[in-house]
Design a protein around this ligand. Structure first.
Ligand SMILES: Nc1ncnc2c1ncn2[C@@H]1O[C@H](COP(=O)(O)OP(=O)(O)OP(=O)(O)O)[C@@H](O)[C@H]1O
Length: 512
């Protein structure tokens, strides 16, 4: 039987009764912590503070016993920065640097973690905060395990809660920009929830609503794309007023103009004071940061690998090559590159990105004509074809996948060796997400970008991404200029493109 129930009720957050001397001691500790935090401009020092009755999270004593130098080394090596916007003196916790230090849980929730050697830095640093009920913004490179970063605390909270009162309203909602990504998050959670017998469902557009309505009657955790969730909320198939854990995955995309209103509508029945709000992403442009703050309650921002306000940062294990050429040479060059990677005994998995749906269809036809095993994924395909083609690529039945930016974010496809950008995306953030489909979970990867004069408005941003990841910047790219222009277009990035030969093509659309 599926296990259901609400997340930790506010009563759990209430401190136990204390004596006067306890109170004095606590006040002094809080003041010391606050002074320390103020000195650091809001940036927290992660010291041996071990538990706080107010949070419901108790740090493992073995973790508390570790020497501070070991914690400092972990934070330093992984370039972890923790910034707490709270004006209250909040407790600081040590990163959970080993699975041994996870807090006890009432089911064997942690069993599937045995597949991994240790928590990834974003998991280690955000888990204690999330277990403690804080609002968190987690920013870390592509492929660094963010899904379990927000997923594990979500499942643990569900398991720890005892409530079984009917009707069953969802207690956690995870929103993702695309159907495939929603499915993938669902698949990851199910591996864990299966052990924990929690009831998870996945809701997205492009398929019938009836089954989804049935699933929503019992689901405790809902993974969804925004449009369909809003539809089902509007026709009262789901009541989100009991949601206590809200995740925006790919948060910068979810807060972009295209989705902003949907998100506001969806979360309207879940007051910020009663929910824990969690945002994870690999890119965090300034343009969304103020809006994000309005959705959150004194969030803690955890960044892995450097300043998120600077240029978007690509995973440094991906080798990035940029080839500047004439637009008319692109197709020949693409086929040359595929010849290199596809002709041997074991053809590599290659992901080819286009900007427009029509362009993607044309490129897919071309690749098929050349005899390669290719599949496509873009917004004009029906949902079952999208899932089928993605599966074909995952299984290796197709070794080349031609995609629009609908596949740029989040998708975790095993062993993608090469990403080829046939047409540059509309923003450098999208570029970072696209190439992030390779080099996942500690592996290395390779990305080749075909860059033409038409893309020159983004040369400055791209040069900065290359430099930040210590990649070579070709002279031919530098000549387009290093100025970084501000993002101007709300839904599609700064620069509306003239797309030359393919003028009738439709732009990418994201999911409902
Ligand atoms: N602690 C861990 N150690 C090793 N691998 C892990 C760990 N946690 C998760 N993974 C694996 O790493 C891969 C990438 O994880 P995930 O898809 O969550 O990345 P992500 O950070 O969300 O990437 P993106 O920014 O592209 O969405 C997955 O295959 C996942 O199973």
């Amino acid at each position: 039987m599926a296990k259901r129930g609400n997340l930790a009720e506010p009563t759990e957050l209430r401190p136990a009764k204390k004596s006067k001397s306890d109170d004095k001691k606590e006040k002094k500790e809080k003041k010391d912590k606050k002074d320390k935090k103020d000195k650091n401009n809001g940036e927290k020092t992660v010291e041996a503070s071990s538990s706080d009755e107010q949070t419901g999270y108790t740090q493992a004593s073995a973790l508390t016993d570790l020497p501070q130098s070991q914690i400092d080394q972990f934070l330093e090596e992984n370039v972890i920065k923790i910034t707490d916007s709270s004006t209250e003196a909040a407790p600081s916790f040590r990163p959970i640097i080993s699975f041994d230090y996870l807090p006890p849980c009432n089911e064997d929730l942690y069993a599937p973690l045995k597949a991994f050697p240790a928590p990834s830095p974003i998991q280690a640093a955000t888990w204690p905060l999330l277990f403690a009920g804080r609002d968190v913004i987690g920013i870390a490179e592509t492929g660094s395990g963010k899904t379990l970063g927000f997923g594990l605390p979500c499942l643990k909270k569900l398991l720890d809660s005892k409530r079984t009162r009917k009707p069953y309203h969802p207690t956690a909602v995870i929103i993702s920009p695309t159907r495939e990504l929603a499915m993938q998050i669902y698949d990851q959670l199910v591996k864990f929830s299966h052990v924990a017998k929690a009831d998870v469902t996945c809701i997205f557009g492009g398929v019938g609503k009836d089954e989804q309505r049935v699933a929503l009657k019992t689901a405790a955790i809902v993974v969804a794309t925004p449009g369909r969730l809003k539809d089902l909320q509007n026709d009262e198939s789901v009541n989100l007023s009991k949601v206590k854990y809200l995740v925006l995955d790919e948060a910068d995309r979810m807060l972009d103009k295209g989705f902003e209103q949907d998100i506001k509508d969806i979360i309207a029945p879940m007051p910020v004071s009663r929910r824990q709000t969690v945002m994870f992403t690999a890119t965090w442009p300034k343009s969304v940061q103020a809006l994000a703050a309005t959705f959150m309650n004194s969030p803690v921002t955890v960044t892995i690998g450097g300043d998120p306000s600077a240029d978007p940062r690509a995973n440094t294990r991906i080798k990035q090559d940029v080839e500047v050429l004439d637009g008319r040479e692109k197709e020949n060059r693409l086929i040359q590159l595929l010849n290199r990677s596809q002709r041997g005994q074991n053809p590599e998995k290659v992901l080819v990105f286009c900007l427009y749906k029509k362009e993607a269809m044309r490129i897919e036809r071309l690749i098929k004509m050349k005899g390669f095993k290719v599949a496509g994924i873009h917004g004009d395909l029906n949902q079952s074809d999208r899932f089928r083609n993605l599966e074909a690529f995952k299984s290796g039945a197709a070794t080349v996948l031609v995609a629009t930016d609908v596949a740029a974010r989040g998708l975790d496809i095993p062993a993608v060796m090469l990403v080829i950008n046939v047409t540059f995306p509309l923003t450098v953030e999208d570029y970072v997400h696209r190439i992030g489909r390779t080099g996942r979970a500690g592996a290395t990867g390779h990305a080749i970008t075909l860059f033409t004069e038409q893309d020159k408005a983004l040369s400055g941003g791209l040069i900065n991404v290359l430099k930040a990841a210590k990649q070579d910047v070709p002279e031919s790219l530098l000549k387009f200029g290093t100025t970084v222009k501000k993002k101007q277009h709300d839904a599609y990035g700064a620069f509306f493109k003239d797309i030359g030969t393919d003028k009738k093509a439709t732009k990418i659309t994201f999911d409902d």
